[in-house]
Design a protein around this ligand. Structure first.
Ligand code: HEC
Ligand code: HEC
Length: 272
């Protein structure tokens, strides 16, 4: 957080000028705070730009401009042999690999972050580079402190009141997962909206919408039952705009771990 020092108000005639500045200062701090919050979860665009130069100079020779010249490795798509987290990548780059076929690089922290940011941005200098933490730590958080498993089902375990995440790593990007955790309102898919329905027989049903067509709506109710309702038989049907969960209380390092875990969920062992 930058530190601002306004000059001392020693002259009455300037007071009005300074008072007029106050709202501007608030606006500035507000915007900056938001940037800061996101900044902790992802690499800056300066970092990505720096990484672009380093990559092309130091890595492209062996890995190629597109990052896919070495078998079973696609640096742009995040396909590695053993590395998963950003820390793993740091170690690979600092230590080298395959008995020196990949040399060890003597980068400082800024350069190291730059290269990783460039990889995580998918080689897009204007892209977004989400930090990826430790997947095994992420799993512990998912099932524990993060309370994710109190709503979400993974590989046949857990409730059905929220979307099943068994293959979420295959269908969503890291950036999308991050948004869902830190700003669920912005990430909410229209179809997943919470609904509140009163039927003509005066039953109230609260649940999560799964599907809808002109005549019917399908949802999972609060008792986890799959319901299909005929719209003509409903007294009221309200779709909520607010997400059914709050932004996560996990800190940015923990969010990076949870994202790493979610990215490992690619459907194997998944169950309906
Ligand atoms: C002289 C050739 C060479 C250069 C230069 C090089 N690499 Fe590699 N890199 C390799 C080889 C070969 C492998 C495969 C190692 C193996 O067999 O496991 C590899 C593997 C990797 C892996 C996958 C490691 C794993 O176990 O998952 C990453 C990530 C990687 N390199 C990143 C980089 C980055 C970033 C740079 C530039 C800073 C770079 N490499 C420069 C040759 C190179
Ligand atoms: C109170 C219940 C609840 C908790 C706790 C919860 N979620 Fe969710 N989550 C939902 C619901 C409901 C949706 C679907 C509606 C929406 O997107 O807001 C959802 C959506 C998601 C999605 C998007 C699914 C898609 O198809 O894109 C992801 C990813 C996700 N949650 C991950 C998590 C993780 C990780 C945690 C723990 C840090 C967590 N959720 C905690 C209820 C919850």
């Amino acid at each position: 957080m930058p530190f601002f020092k306004l000059p001392v108000l020693n002259n009455g005639s300037n007071t009005f000028f300074y008072m007029a500045l106050i709202p501007l200062v608030f606006i500035f701090f507000g915007v900056n705070l938001q940037a800061q919050e996101l900044g902790d979860h992802q690499y800056t665009s300066e970092s990505i730009q720096l990484g672009l130069g380093i990559y092309n100079r130091e890595c492209a020779l062996c890995h190629g401009i597109q990052g896919d010249l070495i078998d079973n490795i696609d640096l742009r798509l995040g396909k590695f042999r053993s590395a998963a987290s950003d820390d793993n990548l740091r170690n690979v780059i600092l230590e080298g690999r395959a008995k020196g076929r990949m040399p060890a690089f003597n980068f400082n922290t800024r350069e190291l972050n730059g290269v990783i940011a460039y990889l995580r941005a998918g080689f897009d200098p204007n892209g977004m580079a989400v930090r990826i933490g430790d997947p095994s730590q992420g799993r512990i958080l998912f099932e524990g402190e993060g309370e994710c498993s109190s709503c979400h089902r993974v590989n046949g375990e857990g409730p059905r009141i929220a979307p099943d995440l068994s293959n979420i790593g295959k269908i969503r990007t890291a950036a999308n997962l991050q948004l869902n955790l830190i700003d669920p309102a912005a990430a909410m898919l229209p179809i997943n909206r919470p609904v509140r329905i009163v039927t003509l027989s005066e039953e109230t049903i609260v649940g999560r919408r799964l599907n809808e067509d002109t005549y019917t709506v399908q949802l999972i109710d609060s008792e986890e039952r799959l319901r299909s309702l005929v719209k003509a038989e409903l007294l009221s049907y309200d779709i909520s705009d607010s997400p059914s969960k709050a932004p996560t209380m996990l800190d940015s390092g923990e969010v990076a771990d949870v994202i790493a875990y979610l990215l490992t969920l690619v459907g194997e062992g998944g169950s309906p």
